[in-house]
Design a protein around this ligand. Sequence first.
Ligand code: GLY
Length: 352
Amino acid sequence: MRRLRVDLGERGYDIVIGRGLIADAGSYFTCRGNKALIVSDANVAPIYADRVRDSLIGKGLDVRTFVIPAGEKSKCMEELRRIYSEALAFNMTRSDAIVALGGGVVGDLSGFAAATYMRGIDFIQIPTSLLAQVDSSVGGKVGIDLPEGKNLVGAFHQPRAVIIDPDTLDTLSDDYFADGMGEVIKYGCITDAELFDKLERMGGRSGFRECAEEIIARCCDIKRDIVERDEKESGCRKLLNFGHTYGHALEKVSSYSAYSHGQAVAIGMAYITRLSERDGYTERGVADKIERLSAMYNLPISCVADGEEIVKAIASDKKGAADGVDAVFVRKIGDSFTMRVPFDYFKAEGGK
Ligand code: GLY
């Protein structure tokens, strides 16, 4: 088992990573009150919720499980309201805790419920998708979508603990696994050439499985370091958005149906690196390396999208400024920086 400490003063917490941990989840956090509401989704709950519940009951907690429909559509006001109602029906007080058991949707939604219920209660993340294990469960970004766009309402609310069991990845489909790999590759690109090389050597999903604990811990450690230095994303946390400016826009213009988040990020990383090589910000050959690694993990590297639509989507994103957007570039693998570019930097079709 590996343990990392996210040092944010009194909001600091441990990330624990180890095979089989889920059955012993109750040993890795303490609850000030005596109630825990497990929030999970209809795919994950049947496989893991009983194990987590039994472990929490074993620690003396009174436990209820609340199941939401699987999928991004659940990151909405209606499901949030249902969680509040469940917490009230369970007589939860400010000392009690919400336990998020699932992928990014479950973590973001139930984290936002925890951030706002009775002005904020504790929450624990037990991420079961690769994307959630290496990214969304760490760093405290929680929120919901609105009909107008994704993640438009949210908060920074750090969990009390993050409990990661790499064995849960065994039940992920290849598509969900690839989705998370987009973020894993991103970490290699922005700060860690050794991680990037290791991903190349692992060669694909089965190689990853052998080293899952180590790779997840490495990604969480990179995120830990960045979040400790810039919790609210006014500086270096923006580096985590490598590939995301184009990627978010692509997800939006394709109505969140044609590409998963990880696929869109992979396309976005290839896109901006092609342009930045052309413009001399990036060493020659880096775009090829990123594309080869993405392809190795079944991620796409180009798309057909209308450049004007992409530019419009980027200009309306909450992360944009009036005169452009702070885009993330890599000089070479493991070395990244941000630079403000005009919106129409992203107009080239497919980045080629
Ligand atoms: N997913 C990027 C961040 O947490 O900042």
